[in-house]
Design a protein around this ligand. Structure first.
Ligand code: ASP
Length: 332
């Protein structure tokens, strides 16, 4: 057929899983197998498919994602309508946001996967892949950055989160960009784009651990992280961004050396900036030089500060933490 061309880059995960001789399932199907399982997909686009890996998503790390980015750029240069990335769902929200931060063109990139593997009744991989290809082929989704199509809902990578271990509707975002209706994508609202982060060739993603204190926890791991060579620290804190006062000396020592970002472990709402005044609350933390994660949760804040460190521009973190709509914001 003629029409738009879409390239599928497969990385593995549940969507590609087969029975494992040792028990359970593990990745085994190829990109071509995935495509062959989707009825009617050939009517959407001319589709190419290949594997860049075939792994569980916990094995996907920044070097592989930079390979994916290189493939995306090569396909964009060829004039492809869109690219679909299939992968495991466990780290999908991180991969999608990582790619969103570095993808510098208008070509749609749509990430998807499956919650039910192909050995189960009602596997969702084919429906999700069909939706992702439809989105990638649709010019209405140009300029929206990286999207996640899952369970007939289309999410912006910056907002999407996995919130369930097994439900087919595991992915959610506070305000989805659109949905799939009768097999076709419909856009409800545009995504907010920020300039892509330019990562220099050969740069390595820094060690930037996340610490999530529970009640009564001691700050011993702050010093340990510095000793271990942390180049940034992300704190996943209670409520609007609150930590026990006994952490403050350790955090002062960290802030003197590296960027220290604080996020909210609630994973809902924006981290606070001017509400609570007690020691260890957001006003105090900001005064001490810690940086709030804005709309980002700890996982996404870690990716943003890590990529900005690679680009030599950690001071630009605030531009990537604010996901609110701003019509004057720089476009790629
Ligand atoms: N363990 C799988 C993975 O993330 C889960 C999935 O794909 O849903 O690779």
């Amino acid at each position: 057929m003629s029409g738009p061309r879409v390239e599928v880059l497969a990385l593995g995960g549940t969507i590609a899983s087969v029975a494992d001789p040792g028990g359970g399932v593990s990745p085994g199907l190829t990109a071509g197998d995935l495509l062959a399982s989707v009825p009617g997909v050939g009517a959407l686009a001319r589709i190419g498919a290949r594997n860049l890996a075939n792994v569980p998503s916990t094995e996907i790390a920044p070097p592989l994602l930079l390979e994916v980015l290189a493939a995306i750029r090569a396909h964009a240069a060829e004039g492809v309508a869109g690219v679909v990335v299939t992968q495991g769902t466990d780290s999908l929200e991180e991969s999608a946001f990582f790619l969103d931060l570095v993808h510098d063109g208008d070509m749609p990139v749509v990430v998807t996967g499956a919650m039910r593997n192909p050995t189960l009744p009602g596997p969702d991989g084919a429906a999700n892949l069909h939706a992702a290809i439809a989105c990638a082929a649709d010019p209405a989704f140009r300029g929206q950055g990286v999207l996640v199509a899952f369970d007939d809902v289309i999410h912006a990578a910056a907002w999407v989160r996995k919130g369930d271990t097994s439900a087919t509707g595991a992915f959610g975002s506070p305000a989805p960009l659109g949905w799939i209706a009768e097999g076709r994508p419909v856009m409800r609202a545009p995504a907010r784009r920020r300039p892509a982060i330019a990562v220099p060739e050969g740069a390595a993603f820094p060690f930037a651990p996340i610490l999530k204190p529970g009640i009564g926890d001691e700050p011993r791991l702050v010093g340990a992280a510095l000793e271990a060579g942390a180049e940034a620290l992300v704190l996943d804190l209670a409520g609007g961004g609150h930590v026990a006062a006994c952490w403050l000396d350790a955090l002062d020592a960290a802030v003197a050396r590296i960027p220290v970002i604080f996020a909210s472990r609630t994973r809902g709402g924006r981290v606070l900036s001017r509400t609570y005044g007690q020691p260890g609350a957001e006003i105090d933390l900001l005064r001490r030089g810690l940086v709030g994660s804005g709309d980002l949760d700890a996982l996404k804040a870690r990716l943003a500060i890590g990529l900005l460190l690679m680009a030599g521009a950690p001071e630009r973190f605030g531009d990537y933490a604010d996901l609110s709509w701003n019509p004057d914001a720089a476009r790629v």
